[in-house]
Design a protein around this ligand. Structure first.
Ligand code: ZN
Ligand code: ZN
Length: 302
């Protein structure tokens, strides 16, 4: 809730006119409690998990020509019924764990100093804070995920997330309730270290979930805008982790590739990439040589 009763009062306190975005924020948030604003995250999570994987469901069921070739594990196909079951399981966990976790974590949000007032942060401030959040989350998640691949962690908790050896968008948050609780820590660590505005916090929660859906999409589109993000792992990187399964000691990071590179846990993945590249080159060279010999034969028969 803003401590101003009117726009002129807000402008007088800031000593300047409000920007367009600030005026919008004033009208939207002035009479709403900070707790209510924070709880918007639950609605965002619900909408993102329900809507963003839908195009992927269409791709998986319709096998659209031109796009189907980008499926990373083409031999594994899930029916609509199987994907809908995954969605229902995730939604059950959403209402039983994710939602309540959001509701009770408000005191922590208040304690670290995430603010709702004016002025709004600049675009630069939002982007730099989001970059910090992603890097902190990626690093912490890497080590927790690696721990969860120990015998106890895997059998007791992480095994559930690996039920999908070829992940789909809906399976991004498909996990044991304990894993959802544990992985809430890396997500909150960045905002706790560099607290920002509620709008930045909303964006962080939304973007992190969209990234997780992209990473679990099962499709690697060469024209995806994420290809321009430095060290971004994406679907191909994480798909390999699911493909190898419980024995996987490769590709633990959730967002970027550098942790796995630094700690040497991407060797299997890089070896596989190298072999596939070599195979493709050999096939191309073989096809070219066959083309030459066919042409020579054609000339002889002329
Ligand atoms: Zn794993
Ligand atoms: Zn995963």
């Amino acid at each position: 809730m803003l401590p101003y009763h009117s726009l002129p009062e807000a402008q007088a306190t800031l000593g300047r006119n409000l920007s367009f975005a600030e005026t919008l924020w004033f009208h939207y948030s002035a009479t709403k409690s900070d707790y209510f604003l924070f709880c918007h995250n639950i609605l965002f999570l619900f909408l993102i998990f329900s809507l963003f994987p839908l195009p992927l469901v269409l791709l998986e069921t319709k096998r659209l020509p031109g796009l189907d070739k980008y499926k990373i594990q083409p031999k594994v196909r899930l029916s609509f019924h199987e994907m809908f079951k995954c969605y229902k399981d995730v939604m059950r966990m959403f209402f039983l764990v994710v939602g309540p976790l959001q509701l009770v974590s408000y005191p922590a949000v208040k304690m670290v100093g995430i603010r709702t007032g004016l002025p709004l942060p600049s675009g630069w401030e939002i982007c730099s804070q989001l970059a910090v959040y992603f890097m902190v989350e990626d690093y912490t998640n890497y080590w927790i995920h690696r721990f969860l691949h120990g015998k106890w962690g895997y059998e007791m908790i992480h095994r559930v997330h690996h039920e999908y050896a070829a992940p789909i968008g809906f399976a991004a948050p498909y996990a044991h309730w304990a894993e959802i609780l544990i992985l809430g820590i890396p997500s909150f660590l960045g905002p706790a270290m560099v607290p920002g505005h509620m709008v930045t916090f909303w964006l962080w929660i939304a973007l992190r979930q969209i990234e997780a859906i992209d990473t679990h999409s099962g499709y690697d589109f060469p024209w995806s805008p994420t290809k321009y993000i430095p060290f971004y792992g994406g679907a191909d990187h994480h798909d390999y982790h699911h493909y190898v399964g419980g024995q996987s000691h490769s590709n633990f990071a959730s967002v970027f590739t550098y942790c796995d590179y630094i700690y040497g846990t991407d060797k299997g993945y890089r070896y596989q990439k190298k072999m596939i590249r070599k195979l493709k080159e050999e096939m191309t060279n073989g096809a070219e040589q066959n083309g030459v010999s066919y042409k020579t034969q054609d000339k002889k028969s002329d």
